[in-house]
Design a binder for this molecule. Structure first.
Ligand SMILES: CC(C)(COP(=O)(O)OP(=O)(O)OC[C@H]1O[C@@H](n2cnc3c(N)ncnc32)[C@H](O)[C@@H]1OP(=O)(O)O)[C@@H](O)C(=O)NCCC(=O)NCCS
Length: 168
């Protein structure tokens, strides 16, 4: 399997993606392209080069804001800070936990984009609202920390994003 990450288009089969979380499947099918056309979020899909219409996984990014206290930093932050939000991340159910590390590939791809966005504009952290503690533990593996405001709101400071992107 030779995978690549592409911006979602109408050529991708959004209707047959199943990750085990019905609301994520439904969001991909019904909301992702709509939101993209309104420029309110961008969705990126993981595909196999041999069959690029089939979606193996996806994530969505949105420019957002957070309370400075929700994403603590060594530096003192303003009351409201720019962040980039990872709205959703999912891998097709039959490919999860099979050793392909597709979730990791997508997360690192998202982090690379977040560093670019922060370099071009702004963004003090990548923020994710985990659906449940199982999902949160996936993100914690990569250095995400729980926000003091909510255990399921996790953040990765942009300095850590840069380190992950630059790591060999
Ligand atoms: C969470 C998810 C994206 C992980 O994808 P995956 O392709 O199965 O994960 P990977 O193979 O890339 O795993 C990479 C590492 O994370 C670990 N991991 C995977 N899922 C995990 C979980 N739920 N909790 C803790 N660790 C997890 C793996 O064991 C592996 O660790 P290792 O380095 O010690 O071997 C996938 O299970 C999924 O799509 N779940 C349903 C949707 C969902 O809950 N998304 C989160 C929404 S907020």
């Amino acid at each position: 399997m030779q995978v690549q990450v592409q911006l979602l288009t109408s050529a991708h089969d959004r209707a047959n993606f199943r990750c085990g979380e019905v609301d994520l499947d439904r969001w991909l099918e019904t909301q992702a392209l709509q939101q993209q056309s309104k420029n309110t979020s961008r969705t990126f899909v993981l595909v196999d080069e041999a069959n690029p219409e089939a979606v193996l996984g996806f994530y969505a990014l949105t420019i957002s804001q957070a309370d400075g206290t929700a994403v603590p930093s060594k530096r003192s932050l303003p009351q409201v800070v720019p962040v980039i939000r990872l709205g959703r991340l999912a891998i097709r159910e039959d490919l999860q936990g099979k050793g392909f590390r597709l979730g990791e590939i997508l997360l690192l791809n998202a982090i690379e984009r977040v560093v670019e966005v922060s370099n071009l504009g702004s963004g003090v952290a990548l923020v994710v609202d985990a659906k449940h503690d199982k999902a949160a533990s996936f993100y914690r593996k990569y250095g995400f920390r729980a926000s003091p405001d909510s255990p399921l709101m996790l953040y990765l400071p942009i300095s850590v994003c840069r380190e992950l992107v630059m790591a060999p």
